[in-house]
Design a binder for this molecule. Sequence first.
Ligand code: C2E
Ligand code: CA
Ligand code: CA
Ligand code: CA
Length: 276
Amino acid sequence: MLLRNRLSLMFMAFASMTSSGDVLPMMLRKALARNELTPYVQPIYNAQSGKLVGGEVLMRWHHPHLGNISPERFIPLAERHGLITRITQYAFQRVAEEIIANNSINFHDMTLFFNVSAADFKNNEILRECRAFIQKTQHTDLHIGLEITEREPVHNTSMAQGICEQLEALGVTISIDDFGTGHSNYHYLMQFRPRYIKIDKLFTADIDTDETKEIIVRNIITLARDMHCMTIAEGVETAAQKEKLIAMGVTHLQGYYFSKPVAMATFFTLAAQTPQ
Ligand code: C2E
Ligand code: CA
Ligand code: CA
Ligand code: CA
């Protein structure tokens, strides 16, 4: 295990040092072709009712020699090397395949959130993926959400605006990810007219003991309410955090306290067990 971690670290250090960026793109391309990447899903719950309302798709990469490579390492590198749209496509396609392979269970209006990056707003590919996904899974009563981060800014081009309008027409909802940790949060609120604001785990951690974090989260919740947005607190790890967030009026909860990201089949079992 330790050796694997060390190998993985050495590899990633090497991959990020090569300015030509030949190593990681090559390995990621291979990983995509060999299905080394697997979409997992972390359940999301309604804070009031406790009911499962959907989940977030999180990519896992198991390399045959290096073991598990964290998305915190390979996603930013994929963004820098122009490979993130391939990962987005792969996520949509793999998840749709898994849904169909698992007897197309009925999700009763649940939402699956996909993480997307700035590059996904530079052409119409994301629209094609959403349309294809909806077409393949429409009989399952499942909705698509997109989580947009600010790791790399999505510029407010006419292309990006057009994509947002068409996503809205398709019934795809937008969620602003990592809210309050980037540089252009308010800008994003105006640009995307999101349905959800995600409260980053940075704020959720110690929410029950840290007054500054409580003030910040209170403000995010007020802002979200005024904008008719719902709030998803991620990274909920303890009962105390959960109770605090519910008392503060967060609408949705996600975190290890409820469940870690799980294999799709496990998520489907949870969804099938959820009363309508
Ligand atoms: P994120 O979107 O902010 O996702 C939340 C991260 O927190 C995930 O890490 C999740 O596994 C982790 N997490 C969930 N609950 C808890 C908790 O209770 N405690 C703690 N400490 N952590 C928790 P993960 O899966 O390692 O993903 C890291 C980041 O990589 C994500 O951050 C997201 O930005 C990115 N990412 C992952 N999969 C994809 C993908 O398919 N496409 C894109 N574009 N980005 C992805
Ligand atoms: Ca419905
Ligand atoms: Ca996310
Ligand atoms: Ca986050």
